[in-house]
Design a protein around this ligand. Structure first.
Ligand code: SF4
Ligand code: SF4
Length: 164
């Protein structure tokens, strides 16, 4: 089966779960507390990314042909993570912007509001060589709480949406 076919099935499945469970999710106060905590931790990590210069390095890289958010990466996004993105107002794009790009990549970066740890934790060789040891340690430290709150969020959501 092609990447596109897998993706179509995945989107259909996530949309069906969202349709079935959106009211349950909207009313669950604990879920919104977990979402709030995740967003705080995510924003903190973003600040560290900006402070150490990751944003600039990756933006410059994005202006070249090279891209680490490549075709097929969208299939690594768990269904439950995509479901929560829909809950926060994200909508699936109609089409891939460029044929060698991840389905969720836009001109200004990833369009997901909740992002997979696999992506957040990826530092290519060039990036690692550009950053000091201390900066890399700061990034890893910032990612710890985000990883924990993401895990708690995804696991709790699974209990509200059996089968996802
Ligand atoms: S992680 Fe590396 S390959 Fe990906 S955008 Fe940043 S510099 Fe480029
Ligand atoms: S960060 Fe976003 S756009 Fe990049 S590979 Fe991950 S999901 Fe795709």
């Amino acid at each position: 089966m092609t990447t596109q076919k897998y993706l179509q099935r995945k989107i259909q499945r996530v949309n069906e779960f969202f349709f079935r469970y959106q009211e349950v999710l909207k009313k669950d106060t604990h879920l919104w507390q977990l979402l709030e905590q995740y967003q705080k931790d995510f924003q903190h990590t973003q600040k560290v990314y900006t402070r150490v210069g990751v944003d600039q390095i990756c933006a410059a890289c994005g202006r070249t042909k090279k891209v680490c958010c490549g075709l097929g990466m969208e299939l690594y996004c768990e269904d439950v993570l995509l479901l929560l993105n829909l809950l926060l107002g994200f909508r699936f794009p109609e089409k891939r912007l460029k044929e060698h790009w991840c389905f969720f990549l836009k001109e200004d970066g990833c369009s997901l509001l909740i992002r997979p740890l696999l992506c957040r934790n990826y530092f290519c060789d060039e990036l690692q060589e550009s950053l000091s040891h201390n900066d890399l340690v700061s990034l890893q430290e910032a990612l710890g709480p985000e990883a924990e709150s993401l895990f708690a969020l995804l696991e709790y959501t699974k209990t509200l949406c059996p089968g996802i």
